[in-house]
Design a protein around this ligand. Structure first.
Ligand code: PHE
Length: 342
């Protein structure tokens, strides 16, 4: 005759009482309350029991099942709890250990360069002025003396946003801001810098990006001369790149006349010739010139009474020259290995 319910329950509970190992606990579960375990075997005996005793037997079997399942759940909790305390004791928490330093963010290298520029020009009396990145064709080109179909438009590969009556473009340079500042400041004199993002429809390469910053400068007054432009930019270069020669030579922009380009002596080879300056000894830093009379007039200033100078430079390019960065794509690559170096 098989073991009766009570004996089974007593044996199972006695065994359970000494189990602390999760694997042993699982063996116990399979042996007693698993699908092919002893409790189910007990239920199977019911067929060989006389009709009169069957009710009592079934009731008892159910009680055994209940008791073992309850005991198992309780034991499972106790086993887990003990494993946890043992783990905690084995690896005690050292509250004196220094905490993990949170990673500090930092300013993007272009932002750092821009802030240096604001400081230099700010100390010369220029104020920062921001204008819109989405412009009309009128502002971006026509008021800057570049009519529709003018060949100079090829210099600014343009993203067109909307082809309405007033063509809408992403500004290709910060120069349209010149006209906006003039219209806002008239009839006062102007000393402003206009930083911000510009967009060009370029084939992206190590030298060209489709988005980049420019910093525009504009001075308008009654007696502003080309000498003022040279003096301002020479002083800027001295403070940005240190004591080194600069040179100016003729260039062309439709919105300045005369126009010039400024170079500084290569900061790597000091003029001897190297890969950075492409063996010329000089680095091109910016373009500028005297504000064209047409542009002054479009800004509301009478060119017979007023004159001005303007210049434009690329903060990414200047950052590249300062730090010997060879690929402009790093600036928008979001690669921490690059960004963390600044
Ligand atoms: N806007 C010109 C460019 O994007 C630069 C420039 C600005 C030249 C102001 C002259 C005066 O190339």
């Amino acid at each position: 005759m098989n073991e009766n319910g009570q004996a089974l329950q007593a044996r199972a509970l006695a065994q359970l009482d000494s189990i602390w190992d999760p694997a042993k606990l699982e063996e116990w579960r399979v042996e007693f309350i698993g699908r092919k375990g002893a409790v189910n075997a007990l239920f199977e005996q019911i067929n060989s029991i006389s009709k009169e005793e069957r009710g009592a037997f079934g009731k008892q079997a159910n009680e055994v099942k209940q008791a073992l399942e309850t005991a198992f759940t309780a034991r499972q909790g106790a086993v887990k709890q003990r494993a946890l305390s043992e783990a905690l004791e084995a690896e005690p928490l050292d509250v004196t250990l220094p905490g993990r330093r949170p990673q500090r963010g930092r300013l993007h290298p272009t932002t750092q360069t821009l802030r240096e520029m604001y400081k230099i020009f700010g100390e010369m009396g220029f104020q920062v002025y921001r204008t819109r990145q989405v412009e009309t064709d009128l502002m971006n080109f026509q008021l800057l003396n570049i009519p529709p179909y003018h060949p100079a438009r090829d210099n600014w590969s343009t993203f067109y946003v909307a082809d309405t009556d007033e063509r809408v473009v992403l500004r290709t340079h910060t120069s349209p801001g010149q006209v906006r500042v003039m219209r806002e400041m008239y009839p006062g004199p102007i000393r402003a810098i206009l930083p911000g993002l510009c967009y060009r429809y370029e084939q992206i390469s190590s030298r060209y990006e489709i988005q980049f910053n420019q910093l525009e400068g504009l001075a308008v007054g009654h007696n502003i001369t080309f000498g003022d432009l040279k003096g301002t930019l020479t002083e800027f270069a001295r403070r940005m790149f240190g004591e080194r020669p600069v040179r100016f030579f003729a260039d062309h922009f439709p919105f300045t006349e005369p126009s010039a380009q400024m170079d500084v002596k290569c900061i790597i080879c000091e003029g001897a010739g190297c890969a950075l300056c492409k063996y010329t000894g000089w680095l091109e830093i910016l373009g500028g010139g005297m504000v064209h009379p047409v542009v002054l007039r479009n800004g509301g200033y009478d060119p017979d009474e007023w004159s001005g100078f303007a210049f434009g430079m690329g903060p990414e390019r200047i950052t590249m020259l300062k730090h010997g960065i060879t690929d402009i794509r790093y600036f928008w690559g979001n690669d921490l290995r690059f960004l963390e170096q600044f």
